[in-house]
Design a protein around this ligand. Structure first.
Ligand code: UDP
Length: 320
């Protein structure tokens, strides 16, 4: 697993180990943390290698010996790509290239974690997997994240068609849950931490932009099922909840569930990110494809997610 010390990868590792798998993680610990996987390192079936995923000579023997690869390593989130564009673009493109080259060479099944960002500014919700990607100008850094992940998808599909690589692409929609950090700007951990500290909850823009927040537990269940489903090979799947909520609603509900004294503070986008920042107004997945194949799809409810994230930050006061 690449990126296995990150928020999603640490949960996925835990589940795989619980089922008796051996897990080898390659993670640069740039956004992943040792704290995420500290408990796993005691397990004799777990191995962590701290290295960049772009290092092909390091990856080669690991890919050769494994049964399957989860490729989760990527620059995470919109804030990081604005602050560190070179590193993020290179990790996303060169890392995936290395993983695809090697999994093709050794003919190993691979799941590529992609993102709902690839739909970009498309306003035609809910998004189906074959809907258009609509990106803004290349001068707006935000779109480099979507573009880099779109290139990853093109390359993965090309390897499948041209070289028979057994690859599955999962487009993850706003995955949230315990261990996600607010450090890279993600809204749910940010708002929960602010509410617990009694600080104003920062809602960007008018707060009417919407998302479908997906519990990491749900997303992982689908990722694992896709990995073991031969009919998923060569295809793209949306993995996301169907419950559309505005960011303002998330902030209000966070205040209620934490019983916080905090209030909401509206912050203009150009102050929160950069001048000319473009956000997407609505982001909603059509999950009929994954539902038809697996018989289920992520079905998380916002309240369950918020309760789990609140409990996590309460258990780890050092993090907020
Ligand atoms: N957002 C917000 N307050 C924050 C962080 C984010 O209002 O403290 C907004 C952000 O502008 C976006 C939404 O919440 O409209 C989701 O942001 P996130 O970075 O979590 O994920 P995105 O959907 O942008 O990938």
């Amino acid at each position: 697993m690449t990126g296995g010390a990150g928020f999603i990868g640490s949960h996925l590792s835990e589940e795989l180990l619980r089922d008796g798998c051996h897990v080898t993680v390659v993670d640069s610990l740039s956004t992943g943390t040792y704290a995420n996987i500290a408990a796993l390192t005691q397990n004799p079936n777990y191995r962590l290698i701290v290295n960049s995923v772009t290092d092909r000579s390091l990856l080669e023997p690991l890919v050769a010996e494994c049964d399957a690869v989860y490729h989760l390593a990527a620059g995470v989130g919109v804030r990081l790509i604005i602050e560190q564009p070179v590193e993020t673009i290179e990790t996303n493109i060169l890392g995936t290239e290395a993983v695809l080259k090697l999994t093709a060479k050794y003919h190993k099944k691979v799941l590529i974690a992609s993102t709902s960002e690839v739909y970009g500014k498309n306003t035609n919700v809910p998004f189906r997997e074959d809907d258009d990607s609509v990106f803004g100008a290349t001068t707006k850094s935000r779109w480099s994240y979507a573009c880099s992940k779109a290139i990853d998808e093109f390359l993965a599909l090309a390897y499948n068609r041209e070289k028979g690589l057994p690859v599955v692409i999962a487009r993850l929609f706003n995955t949230v849950g315990p261990r996600q950090t607010g450090r890279y700007g993600m809204v749910v951990p940010n708002l929960v931490r602010q509410a617990l500290r009694g600080q104003p909850l920062t809602v960007y823009g008018d707060g009417q932009q919407s998302r479908c927040f997906t519990h990491v537990r749900d997303s992982i269940r689908c990722q694992r099922a896709l990995m073991s489903e031969p009919r998923a090979i060569g295809q793209i799947f949306n993995l996301g909840s169907q419950q559309e909520v505005t960011i303002e609603q998330v902030a209000r509900r966070t205040i209620e569930l934490t019983e916080s004294v905090s209030e909401i503070q509206y912050i203009p986008y150009e102050e929160a990110y950069e001048a000319g920042f473009e956000d997407m107004r609505r982001r909603v997945p059509d999950t009929s494809k994954v539902r038809a194949l697996l018989g289920f799809a992520p079905d998380s409810r916002l309240d369950d997610i918020l309760r789990d994230v609140i409990a996590y930050f309460r258990e780890h006061p050092e993090l907020h």
